[in-house]
Design a protein around this ligand. Sequence first.
Ligand SMILES: C[S@@+](CC[C@H](N)C(=O)[O-])C[C@H]1O[C@@H](n2cnc3c(N)ncnc32)[C@H](O)[C@@H]1O
Length: 281
Amino acid sequence: MQQNREVISQWSESAPYWEKHREIIREMFAPITQALIEDAEITGRRAVLDVATGPGEPALSIADLIGPEGKVVGTDAVPEMVEAARRERHRRGLHNASFEVAFAESLPFPANTFDAVVSRFGVMFFASPVDSVREWLRVLKPGGRIAMAVWHFAERNPFHYIVSQVVERYVDSSPPAPDSPDAFRFANPGKLQAVLSKAGVAATSERLLRFSIRASISVENFWTLRYEMSEKLRTKLAILSKQQVAELKREVIEALSAYSSDRGISFPTEVLIVSGRKEPS
Ligand SMILES: C[S@@+](CC[C@H](N)C(=O)[O-])C[C@H]1O[C@@H](n2cnc3c(N)ncnc32)[C@H](O)[C@@H]1O
């Protein structure tokens, strides 16, 4: 499918940067991982699937939590992401975690395999979120839990808008087509919950998670991380002259300084956590 191919090629280019910044990303998004663990009711002895794991999160954090009696499998459509996840698993000696290349819509597991399925910032990029969630239900055991994290509105998240407001002054950008793959595709409360219900998930719920994204890095290093993590930003800046990029960077860093202290950066953040379960048989 054309849409899938485009998403894959974009994420392949981003994989080395997500691996490079893995520790900071883990630190920044740790409260979201914690919310997914709570809403998916993950404890030891559980078999957990993390879909669209990227370079391995939240799968690796969950592997740490559940210990040797549980197991975690992370899947991602992009081989470079899966290789990065496997390298980290190996480096940390986490024998209860494994990683497979797979599209969210077509998983290489038998029915009724997992106690929980989680996904952090993945579903907004899938060609068919409803078909993907149906596939997750197939591999879930009866009574098993699903929990996903998606961004709330961009204007509630300075992590995004501080940079994009400046970039928009330099590069014309049209809004994404309705329901196309995009970070804010499920920002509207209720939209992802309706997808879960349509796919057949029972007892769905949604909660707004408010927290602070924190990282012990300078604004300069945060700019580098934001720019490198985002294929959209890299593409937009590629058409600017060196002088324009330097000016843009100066403006972004000035705007970011309001969120910086000697302990690092801190942004108020809003994310939706949407969850439910497979009907018990
Ligand atoms: C924003 S990253 C999230 C990575 C990780 N879950 C995290 O929170 O750090 C989105 C991931 O979704 C993956 N992805 C996009 N479309 C996919 C699909 N159809 N099936 C599986 N993975 C997909 C990308 O390769 C990328 O690794």
